[in-house]
Design a binder for this molecule. Structure first.
Ligand SMILES: [Zn+2]
Length: 364
């Protein structure tokens, strides 16, 4: 098995285009054609994690957090990032990060947290903008069913819980092929009119190139007439954070105890417990202060996240309870999620969950 078998599979499920602009997901070190001996899954890549990979005969580490976030000018062992890279390069251990593309996916980091807490009816807290386009294709009537099937198959026409959605309208298409054309319909230098169907599909930007390839391969015309139109619609099932409800409301005290046990939290930092009971719960694995407003707007009773700064706690504004459970704690189950994804596809391959706890924060 090659590295690219794994990375292509992951990127098919969690497209790199879902990552935030500041992020650095993908293959940090290594070659896609490299043969794999085994995979180690970890939240962070530290020197100990690289050593663990070596000892377990794994030449690929899949981590949630990228090792390299910003430009490096030297690799001389002065920082942990430099030492990790040096050790990985010397031992030919490939490094792959799947970070905000996993955070922003409906079946990613936050879905796993929601499952652990026991939430249902969840939806994305802050859906992504600018990630959808509309594709309009003009096709002769007889060729429409085959074209639609190919487009659906390549990712067009999915809306929430519905697939194979499109809109069709009939009209007359006209064209005049020139001397160099090889028309499938009509004659050279003669204007032709024919009945065509205009078909419209919603397409996620991440799937657009695949959809356009499928369109060209399955359309009878030499020159396909089509429009790709950017949309202002939000993509409801992709974006930051999640919100859901507990099946039965819990007293705030017992809910916090439940959080503490489930995530094995040293200390929960929280704002005033302004509600006696909680039912609607917003979550964001990792640093989630940018979602406090969204959690309030969506009427969450409590917002569970991490890395809340002192002044940001004031943004609870007596509307919501903010609970900071710690960064590592909130994202610790991400490695299981990645492991299970790969296990499902490559069941016989050597896969290892790290035995290291990489959390740099300790509680006294
Ligand atoms: Zn994180």
């Amino acid at each position: 098995m090659l590295i690219k078998n794994v990375t292509d599979f992951l990127e098919g499920r969690y497209p790199l285009s879902l990552q935030e602009s500041y992020d650095n997901c993908g293959l940090t070190y290594g070659h896609k054609e490299q043969k794999l001996s085994g995979i180690l899954f970890a939240l962070d890549v530290t020197e100990n994690i690289v050593k663990e990979a070596i000892s377990k005969d794994c030449n690929l580490i899949i981590s949630h957090h990228p090792v390299v976030f910003k430009g490096l000018k030297k690799i001389n062992g002065a920082t942990m990032t430099e030492r990790v890279l040096e050790l990985s390069i010397k031992n030919n251990i490939a490094l792959y990060a799947i970070h905000t593309n996993l955070d922003n996916h409906k079946n990613g980091v936050n879905k796993r947290i929601a499952d652990k807490i026991g939430l249902s009816e969840f939806k994305i807290l802050s859906p992504k903008n600018d990630t959808l386009v509309k594709l309009c294709v003009f096709v002769p009537k007889a060729a429409e069913p085959a074209l639609s099937a190919a487009l659906f198959n390549s990712g067009a026409g999915a809306v929430g819980n519905y697939s194979e959605c499109n809109f069709k309208s009939k009209g007359i298409g006209s064209f005049k092929p020139n001397l160099s054309a090889k028309p499938s319909l009509g004659e050279i230098n003669k204007k032709t009119e024919t009945t065509e169907v205009k078909t419209e599909y919603l397409v996620p930007l991440a799937q657009l190139s695949m959809v356009l390839n499928a369109m060209r391969e399955n359309h009878p015309y030499e020159e396909v007439a089509y429009d790709v139109i950017p949309l202002l619609n939000t993509q409801q099932d992709m974006g930051s954070g999640m919100i859901g409800v507990l099946q039965e409301p819990m007293t705030t005290q017992s809910f916090l105890k439940h959080l503490k046990t489930t995530f094995n939290v040293g200390v929960i930092k929280h704002t005033a417990l302004i509600h006696d009971k909680v039912k609607t719960v917003a979550i964001c694995g990792g640093s989630g202060s940018f979602l406090i407003d969204a959690a309030c707007r969506n009427k969450a009773d409590i917002f569970i996240t991490s890395d809340i700064k002192y002044h940001e706690f004031f943004d609870a504004n007596n509307e919501i309870i903010i609970a900071d459970i710690g960064h590592w704690e909130s994202e610790q189950f991400t490695v299981n999620l990645l492991y299970e994804n790969i296990k499902e596809k490559f069941s016989k391959f050597a896969l290892h969950l790290t035995e290291e706890n990489t959390n740099p924060v300790k509680y006294f």
